[in-house]
Design a protein around this ligand. Structure first.
Ligand code: FAD
Ligand code: SIN
Length: 523
């Protein structure tokens, strides 16, 4: 093995899963049940995932008054022309089996008075089809059930490189408190979550630093739809708040709360037939416009009329009370914040990327389910369905010889994290324009430096994350600059309309210098 730094530990597996959230653990469990030797690596602890924080629920076709076609229709409508309808149908159809598997594993969902699973409504959904747990703690229950499946996971282990050779994937290079290590494996799943921490304010946990996007691009995979970052409309606003901000679930509006501005007027009146429950992009834009017009940095959610708010939304109640707000008597100050990466590594609905042996599932992947804007609560659904399929697909790599042969040979661009977050927040948020995107790219050139892959374990994690954020920022800005139209959650003030000729994804890969460039569009 050629290495640039000492290797302190080595392991072998049939399948390496990177990430311990819903997608990773679902895949790991499926592959283990099929007899693969699976090793899951997770840079955080067991609950340092976006999955843990999911509130509203999981969108699964309801037994009455609902249908696969209706869920497909709502998803495609939210995705504004960029969903892959076959992928949407395939994933939506997998919902009930995924729910059954989760229930078999011990996950407990809230029941209604009739003893059947209770369902709520969220933005963009034409019916009540969102199942939930612990009121507003759905993700915590999903994570608990998967954690208790007792799969082998190396926590505190950060992957910094995927090694490939003539047969495709050969394994990964990682760093932990044991130093640098190598896992030899012919199949690797990226289930690393999203890129919320590209922005100063986000609902995402600290580890959402786009690592999977960078690892996939460096390994030769293609990304698409990265310009579509979903800003959740209602994130708890506190003056000066920075970093991870508490979410006020859309289910709160689903149960009757209304959005009002600082003058007490409705924010969404006349904008969309579904009013405050319009798709997220519509509501976030409306709030951003109202804040601009009134010169404020928040609007309000009025949830005072909801009976039993504390019981139905215990997590949200706790966050509000911690900020000195009682949702039973006070208006809740809210503002949009970065929430979800709609695009990602291009995969089929079994998680296969274009690189042999490299799979991606969950938020890091772009299956075609979300298009230009994800429908609420379709993300846990996708993680469960595609995670399960990716775990099954990995069997196809069994017996492929795989040995990591070279480690740490890459030269990478790094920029200061605060600077990246600042320029993305200023120039690539809810509303963008060409001049701002160009300025952001120029400033990224100014603040980034190029150097060899980090060689000291103590500083390796920060270096991996900074390199990933820098590459993701560059790729996202390239995509957003090329999309000279407004569609879904990508709004250009200089190109306010949709352009029919741009009704397709814009794939991006790295060129031979490691710089992102547009790849040919496949019809
Ligand atoms: P995650 O759950 O984020 O897990 C990522 C894992 O990858 C973590 O274990 C992390 O440590 C690991 N990792 C990352 N990089 C590396 C690396 N380099 N090396 C090793 N490990 C690494 N969706 C819904 O459908 N319904 C909801 O109600 C809902 N509510 C949400 C509320 C909040 C506040 C947030 C933040 C998101 C919400 N979402 C919701 C979105 C949804 O929770 C996420 O999209 C989904 O959980 C992502 O799952 P995942 O498995 O892809 O990634
Ligand atoms: C929410 O509960 O509003 C978040 C749901 C989601 O992101 O899908």
């Amino acid at each position: 093995m050629t290495t640039r730094f000492p290797i302190d530990w080595e392991a072998e597996a049939d399948f390496v899963v990177i990430g311990g959230g819903v997608a990773g653990l679902t895949a790991a469990r499926t592959a283990s049940l099929r007899g693969l030797r699976v090793l899951t690596l997770s840079k955080g602890g067991p609950t340092d995932t976006s999955t843990q924080y999911a509130q509203g629920g999981i969108a699964v076709v309801a037994p009455d008054g609902d249908s696969v076609e209706s869920h497909v229709h709502d998803t495609v409508e939210a995705g504004v022309g960029l969903c892959d309808v076959d992928a949407v149908r395939s994933i939506v159809e997998g919902g009930q089996a995924a729910l059954d598997a989760l229930t078999d594993l011990g996950a407990v969902f809230d029941l209604g008075r009739d003893g059947r699973i209770s369902r709520t409504r969220e933005g963009g959904h034409s019916t009540r089809r969102i199942i939930h747990a612990g009121g507003d703690a759905t993700g915590a229950e999903v994570q608990r059930a998967l954690n208790e499946a007792d799969l082998p996971v190396l926590f505190g282990t950060t992957v910094g490189e995927i090694s490939t050779g003539p047969n495709g994937v050969q394994g990964v290079v990682a760093v932990s408190d044991q130093g640098f290590g190598v896992v030899h494996a012919p199949a690797v799943l990226l289930a690393t979550g999203g890129l919320g921490r590209l922005y100063a304010l986000s609902t995402n946990p600290p580890g959402a630093t786009a690592d999977g996007i960078a690892l996939g691009l460096w390994a030769g995979a293609v990304v698409a739809d990265l310009e579509f970052v979903q800003f959740h409309p209602t994130v708890l606003y506190t003056p000066g708040g920075i970093g991870r901000r508490p979410l006020i679930s859309e289910a709160v509006r689903g149960e009757g709360a209304i959005l009002v501005d600082t003058e007490g007027d409705s924010v969404t009146d006349g904008l969309h037939p579904r009013g405050d429950l319009a798709p997220r992009d519509v509501v976030s834009r409306a709030i951003a416009a109202r804040m601009r017009a009134l010169g404020t940095d928040h609007v309000y959610l009025d949830a005072r009329a909801i009976d039993g708010f504390r019981q139905r939304f215990p997590t949200i109640t706790a966050s509000c009370l911690a900020a000195g707000i009682d949702p039973g008597t006070d208006l809740i100050p809210v503002a949009p914040a970065a929430h979800y990466q709609c695009g990602g590594l291009v995969t089929d609905t079994h998680g296969r990327t274009g690189v042999a042996g490299l799979y991606a599932a969950g938020e890091v992947a772009r299956t075609g389910l979300h298009g230009a804007n994800r429908l609420a609560s379709n993300s846990l659904l996708e993680g469960l369905v595609v995670g399960e399929r990716a775990g099954a697909a990995a069997v196809e790599r069994l017996g492929v010889p795989a040995t990591v042969t070279a480690v740490g040979a890459r030269v990478t661009e790094y920029a200061d994290r605060d600077a990246v977050q600042q320029l993305m927040t200023t120039h690539a948020s809810v509303v963008r324009d060409g001049a701002g995107l160009d300025e952001a790219l120029k400033r990224l050139d100014d603040v980034a430096t190029t150097r060899e892959t980090c060689s000291a374990p103590a500083t390796a994690v920060a270096a991996i994350e900074d390199a990933a954020l820098t590459l993701a920022a560059r790729t996202l800005l390239l995509a957003a600059a090329a999309r000279t139209e407004s569609r879904g959650c990508h709004t250009r003030s200089d190109h306010p309309d949709q352009v029919t000729a741009l009704r397709h994804s814009l794939p991006i890969r790295l060129n031979s210098e490691g710089v992102p460039e547009h790849a040919p569009v496949t019809p």
